[in-house]
Each structure stands twice: as structure tokens, then as C-alpha cells.
Design a protein around this ligand. Structure first.
Ligand SMILES: Cc1ncc(C[n+]2csc(CCOP(=O)(O)OP(=O)(O)O)c2C)c(N)n1
Ligand code: SF4
Length: 288
């Protein structure tokens, strides 16, 4: 990992439990931005509500904590208004695939240039352990005392089915590898999903660091062709015995949503609706 993350560091210490996978994800986000030479004022980190959604509080960049399940809508608006901003959504699996599931599906097929990092701990952690859309079938939780009945959502397969142009999976226990995936996702000119296996050491002790380490393997070490939709579909369905991490699918040449909107052809709103340089100087002088 690069050491030059000071720009994004804050004195505020995260309130996450010791050992929470969200620490590794925060570290990877900061490292990815630093490695890409993106400055704090050039990045907007948008979240929902949840343990993982506290992340924008813990780094020095533009941040927006929205409503539970709504960060993709806010992020899309921000990207439409200011194309130059690197817009990164960070939220939990409940936020992204449960209450925000409809936004997820339609953002994927809309393809705005947004990076979506999902802290997938397979549980609602902030509200103390209810089962979530990615909770394994049969798992006993506070709201499934006899075991979760539904089949879990497979987020990477769902994203592929909706026409996602970039789909990856990372592991919070490998922040260096995760940083590489986030860098690729940020550089991808369209919607990019990075689903992150995130151990919650309090409410989901079964899917622990060791559980993942015994199962994960890296796609880039297998010769997987991320440009091949059929190969992507096959690895996206792998789970339990072997769990792939890395870039599952990457498609080039699909224009981003904001590049196709007729109303934005004269340029983004920030280039058209803001005060002129003179007016801006006058305003600054007035409040100096
Ligand atoms: C509209 C609305 N419904 C429910 C809640 C309560 N709530 C807050 S966080 C949360 C679940 C968080 O789970 P997840 O998104 O997976 O994040 P985690 O805490 O696991 O990181 C719920 C149900 C809320 N804040 N707003
Ligand atoms: S409850 Fe789980 S997800 Fe929330 S901070 Fe603690 S370990 Fe992390």
C-alpha cells in the first residue's frame, strides 16, 4: 500500500468494532484515490445508512450521507451536475441490494460514471443483526430465528444480468488487492460495481476472515477473460467451495449515461449554471 494517504486522513477515529472489515475498505478507498492522484476536492463519497455507510465521515473528501438505500440516486444527480467529480458510492448490502435494490438495478442499466463499493457483510449490522438480501439461506439471525428462508441475492450475477459494464469482487482482508480493483473501477468510464466480502465480527461470525481465506482465489491468477460475458457468468455463480475475487467482467466502449443525455450536450450544469468568475470574486469579497 502507498503511504501517501495523509491528504485523505482525518483525526476522527472510526467507531467500528475492532476487527471490522470496514477498516480494510476505508484504507483501500484512500489508497486507490491517492494512487490515482485524485485530490480530496475532486472526489465525492456518497453513502446511505449503516455501519459501512459511516465511511465518508472518516475521510477528508467531499461526502454525502444520504437516506437508507438512496445513495445511488444522489450520486447520479451529482455526476450529472458535475462530470469532473469522481463519484464513489460506499454502502452496505442492505442499503444497496435491499431497500436500495430498485435503484441498484436501474443505475446498473443506466450506466452513469459512478464507482459503487458495497460492504457486503451479509447482515444488517447497524440495527443489530437482521438478515439481509445476501444472508445465506438457513442462517439464524434476529429476524430469522428458524433460519432465513429466501435464496440470497447474488449481486455480481444480478449486475451482469442488468447489463453492467464493470463488475468486480474484493475482500476486505486484502486491502492492497481491493485498492487495485477500486482503481480500475474509478478509471472505468461507466457504472462499476465492486462487491466487497466484509467480515462483521459481531453479527456474522460464520463468514469470518478465515472462512473467506479458505475459499477465495484470485481471477487474475487463472487466466479468466473479463471481456468474455459467458466466462463472467460462470465465475459469477461460483460460491461456497471456491469464491472468486478480482475483475469478473469489464466491457469497453459503452458510453456513460451523462454523455448521452441531450439536455447535457452543452456541458454539465456546473459549467453553465454557476456564477461567472467575476461574480464569484464579488461574492468572496463580500464575505471576506
Ligand atoms: C428508511 C429506513 N429504513 C430503515 C432504517 C433502519 N436501518 C438503518 S441501517 C439499516 C441496515 C443497515 O444494513 P446494511 O446496509 O447492510 O449496512 P451495515 O450496517 O451492515 O454496514 C436499517 C434497516 C433506516 N435508517 N431508514
Ligand atoms: S457491527 Fe459488524 S459491521 Fe458494524 S462496526 Fe461492528 S463489526 Fe463492523
Amino acid at each position: 500500500m502507498s503511504d501517501a494517504r495523509d491528504e485523505f486522513d482525518l483525526a476522527l477515529k472510526p467507531t467500528w468494532c475492532p476487527g471490522c472489515g470496514d477498516f480494510g475498505i476505508l484504507s483501500a478507498v484512500k489508497d486507490a484515490l491517492t494512487t490515482l492522484a485524485i485530490s480530496p476536492h475532486e472526489a465525492l463519497v456518497v453513502s446511505g445508512i449503516g455501519c459501512g455507510s459511516k465511511l465518508p465521515d472518516y475521510m477528508h473528501a467531499n461526502g454525502f450521507m444520504t437516506l437508507h438505500g438512496r445513495p445511488l440516486a444522489v450520486a447520479t444527480g451529482a455526476k450529472l451536475a458535475n462530470h469532473a467529480l469522481h463519484v464513489i458510492v460506499v454502502d452496505g448490502d442492505g442499503d444497496a441490494y435491499g431497500i436500495g435494490g430498485n435503484h441498484f438495478i436501474h443505475t446498473v442499466r443506466r450506466n452513469p460514471d459512478i464507482t459503487h463499493i458495497v460492504e457486503d457483510n451479509q447482515i444488517y449490522a447497524l440495527t443489530k443483526g437482521q438478515y439481509s438480501p445476501t444472508t445465506p439461506q438457513g442462517k439464524v439471525t434476529t429476524t430469522s430465528p428458524e433460519g432465513a428462508i429466501e435464496r440470497p441475492v447474488n449481486p455480481v450475477a444480478l449486475a451482469l444480468a442488468m447489463g453492467a459494464t464493470f463488475v468486480a469482487r474484493g475482500f476486505a482482508g486484502e486491502p492492497h488487492h481491493l485498492s487495485g480493483l477500486i482503481q480500475l473501477a474509478i478509471r472505468h468510464p461507466g457504472y462499476a460495481l465492486v462487491d466487497v466480502l466484509q467480515p462483521c465480527v459481531v453479527f456474522n461470525r460464520a463468514q469470518s476472515y478465515d472462512w473467506y481465506r479458505q475459499r477465495i482465489y484470485k481471477l487474475e491468477e487463472t487466466g479468466h477473460d473479463a471481456r468474455d460475458p459467458a466466462a463472467a457468468g460462470t465465475v459469477a455463480r461460483e460460491w461456497e467451495e471456491r469464491i472468486p475475487i478480482g475483475v469478473i467482467y469489464a466491457e469497453e466502449g459503452v458510453p456513460a449515461y451523462e454523455a448521452q443525455l441531450p439536455a447535457l450536450q452543452p456541458g454539465p450544469l456546473t459549467a453553465r449554471a454557476g456564477p461567472s468568475a467575476t461574480r464569484f470574486e464579488q461574492l468572496i469579497a463580500r464575505f471576506r
